[in-house]
Ligand binder design. Sequence first.
Ligand code: GLU
Length: 419
Amino acid sequence: MDTYSGPVFEMARHQFETIANYLEIPESLRARLLYPKRAITIACPVNLDSGTTAVFQGFRVQHHLTLGPTKGGTRFATTVDMGEVAALAIWMSWKCALAGLPYGGAKGGVTVDVAKLSGRELEALSRRYMQEMIPFVGPHIDVMAPDMGTNEQVMAWFMDTYSMYQGKTVSEIVTGKPVSSGGTEGRREATGLGVVHLIARAMERLAMQMKGSRCIIQGFGNVGSVAAEELDRRGARIVGVSDHSASYFDRRGLDVARLLAHVRRTGKLEGFSCELLLNPALMLVQECDVLVPAATERVIDGPVASNLKCRILAEGANGPTTPDADQILDRRRSEVFVIPDILCNSGGVIVSYFEWVQGLQRLFWDREAVLSRLFGKLDESFEKVVRKAEKDQVSNRTAAMALGVQTVLEAKQTRGLFP
Ligand code: GLU
């Protein structure tokens, strides 16, 4: 299967092989579990404001259809290619299975620098992407959501485009929509709040105090900024933050309310301060209690893992830690407590599932009901993961992935092979 290549796909493949060896999955079942069921690539022509037409390449990978429809975000970024999208779809499968959601994993995206598009161009691209995907998606086939470079507004355009072609409103075709267009209370904040809920759980186990703890957050998008706000609200000290434009560090604690206001105004961290700037390469290895990588894949490699000086590594991003780094962190298990990505950032897809269920039933819950159900599900997953890690003497990542992979494996085995 040479459709899938590149460092991110290799990372997902390597992780899967490690778990398949650990679970002693027979060779004959491995390819069936790993390789995506469907991969679609499309060309999206868009008329630009300049009067020319650009063609953007779009992707959607549906990993497996064994447990229900596929589910996953849509990424608009320059890094997007088939290998990255496939890896992200595979991780979504293990994430959904660990949380007990009736979904396979999916992911999609467009290779584009969104910062270079006007509002009108972004709308045209979003609508064209969904229009090209209509033959391949549906509320019981594949349900999209936001990811890097997309947001509630893009989901509203996706939903509207799909609905206009059906001649009726089909709000359950995407999740992460604005509440005014059939979205759910709590979805926008769900991933960041989930990350902080799990950090608090880890702190309880490690007899640490949230109040006054030193936290560093890489990435200040929908996950990082919400996590920073919630950690600050709970009395933690945010000593470091960064995004693609700037990194700031202050041992005494940064002013989170001012950082949020600055980003709301300017769209990025750059320009917040001249005195507090730090070399971005050094951010992840500063001494702290909690490190939250909430940006992108493969930022913690072997050398970074050897130098980490945090007590808790809470993976808000998908795939931030390479397999090399994992081997090192496995040896440093008593020093660094890892909350692996498929557990740590699962709050987003859990509340997406709630949004889908509410949309199908046309019965909507209030914010309190959404969040208490979210935290209940996260607690269940956290307990399962740490219990398995302790019992089998393995890392939290191995335990989490093994639980996810095992669920998909069992479903495939009981359903059998057709025909
Ligand atoms: N893009 C998010 C993720 O990586 C959310 C996916 C969803 O809500 O379906 O988990």
